[in-house]
Design a binder for this molecule. Structure first.
Ligand code: SF4
Length: 136
């Protein structure tokens, strides 16, 4: 059973042991690596740097041609006013790629990517049947 008296009796003995462990005559604690571990950090494999990941969609690429099969199917036109309103009655005046939710070009840009036409750019003034008004 530990009593206050027993603790007070142990205190000087513990202090003496601590002082002798920290004295300069005592050898420093072992700094060797555990068995099997590399001797220095230089032996640790250095991971390759992470590849750069594009944070924004590419803003370069050829312009989408109206003759592209997907463009034809979706009624894409480079100028929204030229949309075939009889074939695509969902066309609404004022709609254009630049205010479509799928348009990925920068604000004020003349052209930009659209996920429906990967690797190509659509005109900001363009339009297709998949148009969806961007939330304001
Ligand atoms: Fe333009 Fe939108 Fe059609 Fe893409 S989905 S071509 S941004 S109207």
């Amino acid at each position: 059973m530990t009593t206050r008296r027993h603790f007070i009796w142990l205190l000087p003995a513990s202090g003496a042991a601590l002082l002798s462990a920290c004295s300069e005559s005592a050898p420093p604690p072992s700094a060797t690596a555990p068995e099997g571990a590399p001797a220095s950090s230089a032996e640790y494999p250095v991971p390759a740097p992470a590849p750069e990941v594009a944070q924004t969609p590419a803003t370069t690429g050829p312009m989408l041609e109206a003759s592209d099969p997907t463009a034809v199917a979706l009624g894409y036109v480079a100028v929204a006013a030229h949309a075939d309103k009889s074939k695509f009655p969902n066309f609404v005046e004022g709609s254009a790629c630049s205010n479509c939710t799928l348009y990925q070009g920068a604000i004020g840009s003349q052209a930009g990517p659209c996920p429906l036409f990967a690797g190509k750019q659509v005109a900001a003034a363009g339009w297709c049947a998949s148009y969806a008004r961007k939330a304001t």
